[in-house]
Design a protein around this ligand. Structure first.
Ligand SMILES: C[S@@+](CC[C@H](N)C(=O)[O-])C[C@H]1O[C@@H](n2cnc3c(N)ncnc32)[C@H](O)[C@@H]1O
Length: 281
């Protein structure tokens, strides 16, 4: 993982030719000004119908208060600055369908806050498949005690993340790379306590990508919709859960959305206690 010449938060995929990085960087800067059709952005796991509610265009603080979310004025200001940058980039790239204040707060912020409650103080966290930055960027705003890093495989989106992080003055590193490359042995990225993700891939794919590098991450923390049960079955069927434990940590209904969201964790299974190993003689 090499540092881009553009700034301390910028990294590039492993294997990039160092002598060409400056060219690549300026080319990528140009690239992000294009309006390019992207693959459709998946709804978040618990997305129901995306109709607007009565607080669609209310100020962030008001919508947050209506959902019982307690935010300081400083947090409101930074979250709103992030929301503006995200929506502005969304006019050029397909990054989010949550383009009313109500959806931003009740889906993006709400999910992030639920997730945040499960992350211990001081951890190093990687947001896998950040897209427009959820949940990694709101998490970095709300939890300055964490070291948050973002990972996004599509260069155009990673460039947007570089820009947003820079404009918000966040101390967040962005990897323009696939997660497999970020966590592989020999990568310059640190070991991560927790990998977080929303709306990226089914469980079996995560396990396929991450199993070989299990010593480089502590646990996987996933925001999932009801499909998680089928995803678990598929991952087990493919033999990808062997030696790993999946637990359901929390389940909640969104404030304006009856769909259920589940927070799952995957960790290495504990080795059996010494006395239980092997057959009795
Ligand atoms: C549907 S978006 C979700 C974005 C964001 N997490 C959210 O919930 O709004 C999924 C993102 O994951 C990225 N992605 C898919 N596979 C990836 C991988 N192996 N490593 C890193 N990013 C990946 C895609 O490029 C896409 O931007």
């Amino acid at each position: 993982m090499r540092q881009l010449p553009g700034g301390p938060g910028a990294c590039f995929a492993p294997g990039a030719d160092a002598s060409r990085l400056a060219d690549i960087y300026s080319a990528r800067r140009r690239e992000i000004r294009l309006t390019t059709p992207e693959e459709p952005t998946a709804d978040t796991p618990a997305d129901g119908p995306l109709s607007d509610g009565p607080l669609a265009d209310a100020p962030l603080a008001e919508v947050a208060a209506s959902c019982g979310l307690e935010l300081t004025p400083a947090q409101v200001t930074r979250l709103d600055a992030y929301r503006k940058l995200l929506w502005s980039w969304n006019e050029k790239l397909n990054l989010t369908r949550h383009t009313t204040m109500e959806k931003f707060v009740t889906r993006d912020l709400f999910d992030t806050i639920q997730l945040s409650a499960l992350i211990p103080e001081g951890e190093t966290v990687l947001d896998v498949g950040s897209g427009g930055g959820v949940p990694g960027i709101p998490l970095a705003i709300l939890r300055p005690d964490l070291t948050v890093r973002l990972c996004e495989s599509v260069n155009k989106k990673a460039n947007v993340l570089f820009d947003i992080v820079e404009q918000l003055g966040l101390n967040v590193t962005v990897y323009a790379a696939r997660v497999e490359a970020v966590v592989e042995r020999g990568s310059q990225a640190p070991r991560f306590d927790t990998l977080i993700a929303r709306g990226v891939a089914p469980l079996w794919k995560f396990m396929f990508w991450l199993r070989p590098h299990h010593e480089r991450w502590g646990r996987l923390l996933l925001i999932k919709g009801p499909s998680w049960v089928d995803e678990r079955a598929e991952a087990r069927h493919r033999g990808l859960m062997k030696g790993f434990e999946l637990r359901r940590l929390a389940e909640y209904e969104g404030p304006r959305n009856a769909a259920i969201t589940t927070l799952l964790t995957v960790t290495r299974a504990e080795a059996p206690a010494a006395g239980k190993r092997g057959k009795k003689r």
